[in-house]
Design a protein around this ligand. Structure first.
Ligand SMILES: *[C@@H]1O[C@H](CO)[C@@H](O)[C@H](O)[C@H]1NC(C)=O
Ligand SMILES: *[C@@H]1O[C@H](CO)[C@@H](O)[C@H](O)[C@H]1NC(C)=O
Ligand SMILES: *[C@@H]1O[C@H](CO)[C@@H](O)[C@H](O)[C@H]1NC(C)=O
Ligand SMILES: *[C@@H]1O[C@H](CO)[C@@H](O)[C@H](O)[C@H]1NC(C)=O
Length: 764
């Protein structure tokens, strides 16, 4: 459960006070200086000159070059220019004022955000790969290199077997950093692995030898990396459920693990991971981690991905698990692909049957089941509390609140608390001696139920059913229940359905750019796991599994990374922005019942949930037209945000003239967002033909209360790579519809391609 990650990060951080006395007075900071003046192929002398310049620069503040050398624990020398150091707050504040400095920010922890999915996305059908599958056309992503910044990899996993793969692509410059852990072996599939822990150590204090390895002791990194680029593994399942052939989106890709999460992920380590991955030669970087929305150049993901995209790397990030509230989306840089999470057409379900024979359908992956037909006493956690604990605390089944004498031998009903994973309550119920657990949603999580491999027979039910079960317990003297065996269902309708946990727009940093960009499967995804921890990641869980089911935008992100790998194989000349455009403009906003995609409260979802829609990989390979962007556009974007010439020059490898200032609304993104429409506004876009010659006609679905006109209404392309610009005039129809966002779409079509862009407008 990616939601469990929240819990684990808290555990990790709560350990830190015991370990930090030596650093109590100082904090660790990242000082970001933009780009380097040396080129891509810097010599060792260039690199050590950079480190020396960092020592001198910091030395000028500390009064001594030697003190600076001691304070700096990372010097970013290759692509990202900057360093991470332990500093007094006052010194950090002084450094931030220096004109050479782009930004200074605290080295803080970020959170990690889990195979039916590829069939659901149309790449295969009943084990057969149809001729229109992008897998066939793109040779399964052969030799594309996908890296991920995560908790490392479990190298023994069959998903990372190199069977059937040729020699490592010659452009690869990475290493297998197993100097302290010789049992960690790379191969022709897992071609590289590195670990970065100095940023963690700067906060947590000295680390023991168990941290000196890229090995994944947590599971998250193996899951995400194998979802993006894992090899074919027949007979994979979680305790027999969902059995099938596991595989990544680019099953023949080469993969590389950059371990920056322990499982908390610190900014200084993330930047070091990006710098190394760019140097090593990855084509795609998958980044399933984040924190809260923050300004672009105080955010390690934004900085790292800027340099990666500048080097032609596609960077794919998770949108976050803080939904369904508005404005929660993270990783909002306009140079990355930001991915929301939705369901696929599979569920793992069982029933809670109560004493009066009513049945409630729930979700579960518990390997154990109760003896057929046997009923047990049903007790709510509030009634099973220890005498000194309040009912309010106990109802969530928190550690130390339950009285084992009351729980033992019974089925316990827990309420799901937002922050906690469902596996947490399962572990507590198990520890207290319950024979089974019913986990009921609060009103916030509504209808979203997640199947997890609990330690005991269990079922996760929705809010309404949970309320019915609670009122049944109150209404009778001897409440009883039974939980049935788990069954796997395929072809579930409607799907996809937006996950309630998936973070939502609007983008609170640059509202003119719609985020997230796209949605992909992120609920109960089965992929490779670590064998160093149990499938629930709870201490008490001594089970070990090669594959596990997990949920989160962490799991949807690598689906898009895998597809990006295929597109990169098929169209090596496409820019990261062209690949994103192809993915976005070919997406769908309909589910498998041919209705509009809905959310977990069964309301029609909007682009703030799914961006351009649900990914359709087979259509993305031939999008017709793309909205392209290059590094100059990103620099102009920064100009528009108000960065001045001096600041821009820090990113641009030399002077950059900001005078060609374009409005943010005209930034050539594949979606159109106007957060403040007063009267009438005209936005400009440019499309590039990546298909055959043809004539495209514009059609519009107007947002409520806004009229939309496209000029010209036809675009005629005579050759490939030809570019044409057009204008979109948006006009508020009157005062009656102001104050709220409304949604429409623009489609360019030559009757073969449908190049669809969401339109998001708020009239004020
Ligand atoms: C290393 O440190 C971790 C975290 O503090 C701890 O759980 C582990 O037992 C330690 N391992 C050794 C070999 O000391
Ligand atoms: C579903 O959408 C409705 C209407 O926009 C919104 O009020 C509700 O919070 C959403 N629920 C979830 C779980 O996303
Ligand atoms: C650019 O902005 C920085 C920070 O606000 C300021 O110190 C500097 O003087 C500005 N430079 C120019 C050329 O305006
Ligand atoms: C930037 O470009 C403008 C217009 O092209 C020109 O007038 C100006 O001199 C340029 N500035 C610099 C510093 O090159």
């Amino acid at each position: 459960m990616s939601l469990s990650v929240h819990l684990l990060v808290l555990v990790l951080l709560s350990l830190t006070p015991h370990q930090t006395p030596a650093f109590a007075a100082k904090k660790s900071y990242v000082v970001y200086l933009g780009s380097h003046s040396h080129g891509r192929d810097a010599s060792l002398a260039d690199l050590s000159r950079v480190t020396e310049s960092h020592h001198e620069f910091l030395g000028s503040f500390l009064g001594s070059r030697d003190d600076a050398e001691e304070a700096i624990f990372y010097s970013y020398t290759r692509h990202i220019n900057g360093f991470a150091a332990t500093l007094e707050d006052e010194v950090a504040a002084q450094i931030a004022k220096h004109p050479r400095v782009v930004s200074v920010f605290l080295n803080q922890g970020k959170k990690l955000h889990t195979t039916r999915s590829w069939e659901f996305l149309g790449l295969e059908q009943d084990g057969v790969i149809p001729s229109e599958s992008i897998w066939k056309k793109a040779q399964f992503g052969e030799d594309v290199i996908i890296g991920n910044l995560d908790t490392g990899a479990w190298p023994e996993s069959k998903s990372f077997s190199d069977q059937g793969l040729g020699p490592i692509p010659p452009k690869w410059k990475g290493i297998c950093q197993n100097d302290k852990d010789p049992h960690f072996r790379c191969n022709r599939k897992l071609i590289g692995a590195r670990y970065f822990n100095k940023g963690l150590a700067a906060v947590a204090g000295p680390l023991n030898a168990s941290f000196d390895t890229p090995r994944d002791n947590y599971g998250h990194g193996s899951h995400t990396l194998s979802t993006a680029g894992g090899n074919f593994v027949a007979g994979a399942s979680v305790y027999g459920y969902g059995r099938g052939t596991a595989k990544g989106g680019s099953p023949k890709a080469r993969v590389a693990a950059y371990k920056v999460c322990w499982p908390g992920c610190f900014d200084a380590d993330i930047l070091a991971g990006f710098d190394a991955a760019i140097h090593d030669g990855v084509d795609v970087l998958s980044v399933s981690l984040g924190d809260y929305p923050s300004p672009l150049f105080k955010n390690s993901n934004a900085i790292g991905s800027f340099h990666a995209v500048k080097n032609g790397i596609v960077v794919v990030c998770s949108a976050g698990n803080s939904g369904p509230s508005d404005g929660t989306v993270v990783n909002i840089s306009p140079w990355v692909i930001t991915v929301a999470a939705s369901t696929m057409d599979r569920d793992f379900s069982n029933y809670v049957v109560i004493g009066d024979h009513r049945r409630f359908k729930g979700a579960s992956l518990s390997p154990k089941s109760l003896p057929g037909g046997k009923f047990y006493k049903l007790i709510s956690a509030a009634d099973a509390r220890l005498s000194h604990v309040s009912a309010h605390e106990a109802k969530f089944c928190k550690d130390g609140t339950l009285d084992p004498r009351k729980v033992k031998g019974n089925i316990l009903v827990c309420l799901l608390e937002g922050e906690y994973a469902t596996v947490y309550e399962g572990a507590q119920a198990f520890l207290a001696g319950a024979v089974g657990m019913v986990l009921a949603n609060s009103i916030l999580s509504g209808n979203e139920i997640l199947a997890d491999p609990h330690l005991l027979p269990a079922s996760h039910v929705n809010y309404d059913d949970g309320a019915a079960i609670f009122s049944y317990i109150k209404s009778t003297k001897f409440p009883t229940a039974h939980i049935t065996r788990v069954v796997t269902h395929l072809g579930v309708k409607p799907s996809p359905l937006m996950a309630a946990f998936s973070s939502r727009g609007p983008n609170t940093i640059t509202p003119e750019i719609l985020k997230p960009d796209i949605t992909a499967p992120g609920v109960s995804v089965i992929a490779a796991y670590t064998e160093a921890a149990g499938p629930t990641n709870e201490e008490v869980d001594k089970r070990r599994v090669p594959f596990n089911a997990d949920s989160g935008t962490s799991m949807s992100c690598p689906h898009v990374s895998g597809v990006a790998g295929l597109l990169k194989t098929l169209h090596p000349e496409w820019s990261p922005a062209a690949i994103r455009s192809a993915i976005m403009t070919s997406a769908t906003i309909q589910d498998n019942a041919m209705e509009s995609i809905i959310n977990a409260s069964y309301y029609k979802a909007t682009p703030f949930s799914y961006g351009a829609g649900h990914i359709q990989p087979n259509r993305a390979m031939d999008p017709g037209l793309v909205y392209d962007l290059g590094i100059k556009d990103y620099l102009n974007f920064l100009c528009s945000l108000g960065y001045n010439a001096t600041q821009i020059s820090l990113f641009s490898d030399g002077a950059y003239n900001c005078s060609k200032r374009i409005g943010l609304l005209d930034f050539n993104y594949p979606s159109i967002t106007v957060p403040k429409l007063l009267g009438s506004i005209t936005v400009t876009r440019t499309v590039k033909n990546v298909g055959l010659p043809g004539t495209y006609r514009a059609s519009i679905l107007e947002p409520n209360g806004v009229s939309v006109l496209v000029k010209p209404a036809y675009l005629k392309f005579k050759k490939i790579n030809e570019k044409k610009s057009f204008k979109v005039v948006l006009k508020a129809k009157g005062a009656s519809v102001t104050g709220d966002y409304s949604f429409g779409e623009l489609i360019w079509s030559d009757t073969e391609h449908y190049v669809r862009s969401p339109i998001v407008v708020k009239a004020i």
